[in-house]
Design a protein around this ligand. Structure first.
Ligand SMILES: Nc1ncnc2c1ncn2[C@@H]1O[C@H](COP(=O)(O)OP(=O)(O)OP(=O)(O)O)[C@@H](O)[C@H]1O
Ligand code: SF4
Ligand SMILES: [Mg+2]
Length: 328
């Protein structure tokens, strides 16, 4: 087995002031090997972004982060500000949901990519950095990259901006790419193109990727491993195949049922009824119980931990019964 590139243990993040605090991420554990793709899936508010921002020290000081995130032998969480800044944007590239807000509107795309390169490589000349930026735009399939470099973010279409953001994230040859909802704002065709591009680039370069999304369909064809998050915790995890074919958590089932089907329009999606709890109103016991049609009394008092059942690890006390059809 390859040594992990990233090993996260007990990652916990709380928000609040004084004695009134609530946890948005609760004891996240995972490892990521070089070159692998980890998909993190869950509805809005499940703690996906907070977990990543916690690792990168990108949260406001009111957030308290505990646990560890060992990247190449060093803990990202306790690292000093200078060290973490060196790692962010160089060794770890980030792609966020809304590239328009990630780019500065009054600087050209080229200027911003060149700036990112110069920031992490003091020896490179501006000319060489510009050539590198041009080749990066070509790598992400932006036509006429030389001309495009001189344009402003608003002159790019949504899909092009997302490609430019990927180029920026790759600018300093990262070992790890964190893509947080990289395709949410895009239409389905462009979304598929961007995912293909991400897959191709990360495979070619052997980059490990964390792909965050609320849509299981997005990670289906791309992730080696999938973690499903609910209310700040992992409720099910396994290989992409196991998650789809040996599903052991009712929430994962719900997400699968809510995936758009390929057999055309007219399909009525079975969304999961109700909404996730806020970090301040999480119920005791299994956080999913108020929405779960399989909940029994014990679910409302005891919070199940992750355990292996079948091909996945799951945090459902009725997981064995989910094997064949729905339990009563
Ligand atoms: N600064 C903050 N102060 C208090 N609560 C916060 C703060 N930032 C995030 N939260 C809460 O933490 C929870 C997790 O938020 P997070 O942004 O990680 O969700 P997410 O899974 O990324 O959702 P989305 O799919 O909408 O991006 C949410 O309930 C959110 O309201
Ligand atoms: S533990 Fe109970 S409430 Fe939670 S997912 Fe399983 S059956 Fe549903
Ligand atoms: Mg998010």
């Amino acid at each position: 087995m390859t040594a992990p590139l990233l090993e996260v243990t007990g990652l916990t993040t709380t928000f609040g002031t004084g004695g009134k605090r609530a946890s948005a991420v609760r004891g996240l554990d995972f490892t990521l090997e070089p070159g692998k793709v980890l998909g993190i899936v869950g509805e809005s508010g499940s703690g996906k972004s907070v977990a990543m921002m916690s690792m990168l020290q990108l949260l406001a000081p009111s957030a308290k982060v505990t646990g560890s995130a060992i990247y190449k032998g060093r803990d990202l969480i306790t690292m000093g500000p200078r060290d973490i800044r060196k790692i962010r944007g160089k060794e770890i590239g980030c792609i966020f949901q809304d590239p328009l807000s990630a780019f500065n509107p009054v600087k050209t795309i080229g200027h911003q990519i060149v700036e990112a390169i110069l920031l992490h490589d003091s020896k490179i000349s501006k000319r060489a950095a510009t050539e590198h930026a041009t080749s990066l735009l070509a790598d992400v399939a932006i036509p006429q990259p030389g001309e495009r470099l001189g344009q402003y973010p608003h002159e790019f279409s949504g899909g092009m901006r997302q490609r430019a953001m990927i180029a920026m994230a790759l600018a300093n040859g990262p070992n790890l790419l964190i893509a947080d909802e990289p395709t949410t704002a895009l239409d389905v065709t462009v979304q598929a193109q961007i995912l293909d591009l991400l897959r191709k680039l990360t495979e070619e370069r052997g980059i490990a990727t964390i792909l965050i999304t609320h849509d299981l369909g997005v990670v289906a064809g791309m992730a080696d491993e999938i973690m499903v998050m609910y209310a700040g915790r992992v409720v099910e995890r396994g290989s992409a195949e196991a998650i789809f074919y040996d599903t052991r958590h009712p929430y994962t089932r719900g997400l699968i049922a809510a995936m758009p089907k390929l057999d055309g329009p007219g399909e009525i999606l079975r969304a999961i009824e109700g909404t996730p709890p806020s970090i301040w109103t999480r119920p005791p016991g299994c956080s999913f119980a108020p929405r779960c049609s399989f909940a029994i009394e014990a679910c409302r008092t005891t919070e199940p931990g992750l355990r292996r059942v079948g091909e996945t690890e799951t945090a459902c006390m009725r997981a064995e019964e989910l094997d064949k059809g729905m339990p009563a």
